[in-house]
Design a protein around this ligand. Structure first.
Ligand code: NAD
Length: 265
C-alpha cells in the first residue's frame, strides 16, 4: 500500500530540483503524477523515467508556464484526459533574483511576482473545482524561509513568498467546505540548482560544490548542513497524504533550525 494510492497530483517545476524529487517520491507511493514545467526536454525525460519504473500509466509531462492562465487550463485538461481526475497539486515552480530592493527594475519585480505569486494563485484557481469534484484533496504551496523573515538582496522573492502564505491561509478557509486542505512549505537552503547553480554546469564537480554549501551553512544552521530536495519531498508527501488529515492553512518550516534563532558565540 502506497501513501498516495489512487491519487492524481500535478507538480509544477518538476523537471528538476525539489519538484523532480516530489514527482519521483509520489509515484513511488502510488500516485499518478503530472509533471509540469517550462523545461520541456528535461521534464519529459524525468516523466519517462518515472513511467519506466512505476508503470506506463503513472506519469505524464505537460508544458506549463505557471504564470499563464491558458497553460493551466490546458494542463488540467491534459491531466484529466490522462488520469480521469485531479485531486492534488504541489505548487513548486519558482524563480529567484538577487538585487537590492531599490535597484530592482520593475520588470524584474513583476517577473518574479508572475511566476511565484501569480503562478501559485492561478494553480489554486485552476484545480480547486476539479479537486472538489473528485471528492476533496490537497494543495501544497512552496513558500520559503524568506516567507517568515527578511533576507537582504532577495526582497522581491521574499515578498512573493510572504504572499504565498496569505494565499495559503485564505484558500484553506475558503476550500475546506470542498474537502480541500491547503498548506505551505517553507524550506531553508536546499541543495538544488536554485541555491547551487553549479549543478547546471556539466564541468563542475557537484560533490565539491555541495560540500562547499554545507560548509557555508555549517555555522548558520543548527543542523550544520544544507537541506536535500528529498527531505522537502518527504514534507510534501506528509502534507499531501492522509497523515496530515487534520492540518490545513499552515506554514511548515523545513530549514535545519535556521529560523530558531541567532547564535552569538
Ligand atoms: P530549481 O530552480 O531547481 O527548480 C525550479 C523549477 O521551476 C525548475 O524546473 C524551473 O524550470 C521551474 N520553473 C521556473 N519558472 C517556471 C514557470 N514559469 N512555469 C513552470 N515552471 C517553472 O529550484 P528548487 O529549489 O527545486 O525550487 C523549488 C521551489 O522551492 C521554488 O518555489 C523555490 O522558490 C523554493 N525554494 C527553494 C529553496 C532552495 O534553497 N533551493 C529554498 C526555499 C524555497
Amino acid at each position: 500500500m502506497g501513501k498516495l494510492d489512487g491519487r492524481v497530483v500535478i507538480i509544477t517545476g518538476a523537471a528538476r530540483g525539489q519538484g523532480e524529487q516530489e514527482a519521483r517520491l509520489f509515484a513511488g507511493e502510488g500516485a499518478k503524477v503530472v509533471l509540469a514545467d517550462v523545461l520541456d526536454d528535461q521534464g519529459a525525460a524525468v516523466a519517462k523515467e518515472i513511467a519506466e519504473e512505476a508503470g506506463e500509466d503513472r506519469a505524464r509531462y505537460v508544458h506549463l508556464d505557471v504564470g499563464r492562465e491558458d497553460d493551466w487550463t490546458a494542463a488540467v485538461a491534459a491531466a484529466k484526459e490522462a488520469f480521469g481526475k485531479v485531486d492534488g497539486l504541489v505548487n513548486n515552480a519558482g524563480i529567484l533574483r538577487f538585487n537590492a530592493l531599490v535597484d530592482t527594475p520593475l520588470d524584474e519585480f513583476m517577473q518574479v511576482v508572475q511566476v511565484n505569486q501569480v503562478g501559485c494563485f492561478l494553480g489554486i484557481k485552476a484545480v480547486a473545482g476539479e479537486i472538489g469534484a473528485a471528492g476533496g484533496g490537497t494543495i501544497v504551496n512552496t513558500a520559503s524561509y524568506t516567507a517568515m523573515t527578511g533576507m537582504a538582496a532577495v526582497g522581491t522573492y521574499a515578498a512573493t513568498k510572504h504572499a504565498i502564505l496569505g494565499l495559503t491561509r485564505v484558500a484553506a478557509m475558503e476550500l475546506a467546505p470542498s474537502g480541500i486542505r491547503v498548506n505551505a512549505m517553507c524550506p531553508g537552503a536546499i541543495d538544488t540548482p536554485m541555491s547551487n547553480p553549479s549543478q547546471l554546469d556539466p564541468e563542475a564537480d557537484s560533490a565539491e560544490t555541495s560540500a562547499a554549501l554545507d560548509e557555508l551553512y555549517r555555522k548558520l544552521v543548527p543542523l550544520g548542513r544544507v537541506g536535500q530536495p528529498r527531505e522537502v519531498a518527504d514534507l510534501a508527501l506528509f502534507l499531501t497524504g492522509a497523515d496530515s488529515s487534520y492540518i490545513t492553512g499552515q506554514p511548515f518550516v523545513i530549514d535545519g533550525g535556521w529560523l530558531a534563532g541567532v547564535s552569538v558565540i
